[in-house]
Design a protein around this ligand. Structure first.
Ligand code: SAH
Length: 244
């Protein structure tokens, strides 16, 4: 999968792509990430990428021409890319959407700055407007990294153990159960006995109930669309859950 990031801060990504899962995926040639300096697509001496808003008001707006030119070039090499504009008013990124994006071969991520991007770019050049949460960042760069991390770990072969993405929070609509490792006792704090029992059925039941309980406690609205069987529903009802 190929990501192109269109940004006025290409160096922002230098260190962040050099560690962890993303780095390994890049080294394994499963993932390629190119940063594209928007200023290379300007024509004036000052390499201007922003200007004052029509109609007045605070702040600056990113000019349409450099972004248009960058996308025009990138869309041809190679073709077939989907263009994503990072934007607080976009569709909220969740695990299901990350999974859909992971099926694609090529994504171009456009990072806004200042007050955002001239609306005509969104209207004529963008396939998907994407938000990473209901808050405002100062630029799309961190949002682009969020997209790359969330999407790339769902590309087959990227995670060492394929099954670990399947058990992650949200993958079946629930939050993940709590995890523990050695030592068994730390500061008098003990690991739950059941995890040391070696009884796999019992452990699986405990983990499922923890997942259900945590989801009910922290994100009850997720239960409305989670995949639940009879036993799950019975357990949730015992906690006080009422289906909506
Ligand atoms: N004035 C705009 C915010 C601009 S923030 C508004 O009120 O909607 C500057 C840039 O940061 C945006 O163009 C976008 O690319 C990025 N950005 C900010 N918050 C974001 C979010 N929640 N998700 C994705 N991108 C975001």
């Amino acid at each position: 999968m190929l990501f192109d990031i269109v940004t006025i801060f290409p160096h922002f990504f230098d260190s962040s792509l050099k560690d962890g899962v993303v780095r390994r995926a890049i080294e394994a040639d499963i993932l390629k990430v190119r940063t594209v300096n928007l200023r290379n697509f300007t024509t004036d001496r000052h390499r201007t990428t922003d200007d004052r808003p029509f109609g007045g008001g605070e702040g600056m707006v990113m000019k349409p021409e450099p972004i248009y030119k960058a996308l025009d070039v990138l869309k041809k090499e190679p073709p077939g890319a989907r263009v994503i504009l990072l934007s607080p008013r976009g569709k909220l990124l969740d695990q299901a959407l990350a999974g859909e994006l992971a099926q694609l071969q090529r994504l171009i991520l456009v990072c806004g700055r200042y007050e955002g991007v001239d609306e005509r770019i969104r209207e004529h050049c963008v396939d998907i407007e994407l938000s990473v949460g209901d808050y405002v960042l100062s630029g799309g760069e961190i949002a682009a990294l969020v997209v790359i991390e969330a999407v790339s770990r769902l590309i087959p072969g990227v995670l060492g153990c394929e099954s670990s993405a399947e058990k992650d929070s949200f993958s079946d609509g629930l939050l993940e159960f709590p995890q523990y490792t050695r030592p068994r006792v730390f500061n008098d704090w003990e690991v739950p006995e059941v995890l040391l029992s070696g009884d796999h059925a019992k452990i699986a039941k405990w983990r499922r109930e923890q997942s259900l309980g945590l989801t009910y406690e922290h994100r009850p609205e997720l239960l409305d669309s989670a995949r639940l069987d009879e036993k799950d529903i019975k357990y949730l009802r015992s906690l006080g859950w009422e289906e909506s």
